[in-house]
Design a protein around this ligand. Sequence first.
Ligand SMILES: Nc1nc2c(ncn2[C@@H]2O[C@H](COP(=O)(O)OP(=O)(O)OP(=O)(O)O)[C@@H](O)[C@H]2O)c(=O)[nH]1
Ligand SMILES: [Mg+2]
Length: 196
Amino acid sequence: MTTVRECVLLAFAFCRIGLYTCYRRIFYGPPPPPRPGFSAICIGITGAGKSKVLAVLCSEKDEIIPTQGFSIKDVPFENAILHVKEIGGSEMLRKYWKKYYRGVQGIIFVVDSSCDEDTLKIASEEFCKAIMDPDLAGLPLLVLLNSIDQSKARSIEEITDAFNINELCSERKWSIRNCYACDADSASFLALILAS
Ligand SMILES: Nc1nc2c(ncn2[C@@H]2O[C@H](COP(=O)(O)OP(=O)(O)OP(=O)(O)O)[C@@H](O)[C@H]2O)c(=O)[nH]1
Ligand SMILES: [Mg+2]
């Protein structure tokens, strides 16, 4: 008796699933095709604003604290999902950056455009080191200038020169953009070229 009752309930459950699927198809159309996923690395020295930028892109409102080790975020765009690995930029952690390079498909380098000269020099040295790494050779690059709301913020041209990007990146697709706590538009550059 129990078995018959279970069979009826099971059949009823399948009918419900079937009816719900038909309802969705009729009123909402077929499900959207899955978006391709790409992996990117997000680097830059501590305080550059990497976590903040990624939190904005993921619509997160959590308190921002310095990244210990690394953190992974899935950033959704219309045409792709970027699986971004942010690595902490403190002096102690920078020597481990290269351990995370293998297998990534794009690079995001975040710079605090309002930092002092010494910090900018360190940032440009770290940038050069990262960009020259064989594991990152030829990968698309997005440089994000953060903290442009600050009075001492440098321009895109100043950072491009300070980092010698034109010369260092002649063999790859790259873009440098302003981002005040970042907008999805500037970061979607990377998703766009990876998906193309
Ligand atoms: N004024 C201003 N402050 C910002 C901006 N972006 C980030 N900050 C602040 O800068 C501080 C450092 O930002 P984080 O996102 O933690 O920097 P990070 O690059 O992730 O640093 P690490 O994880 O230590 O490598 C935080 O207090 C942020 O709120 C910005 O565009 N403008
Ligand atoms: Mg961080």
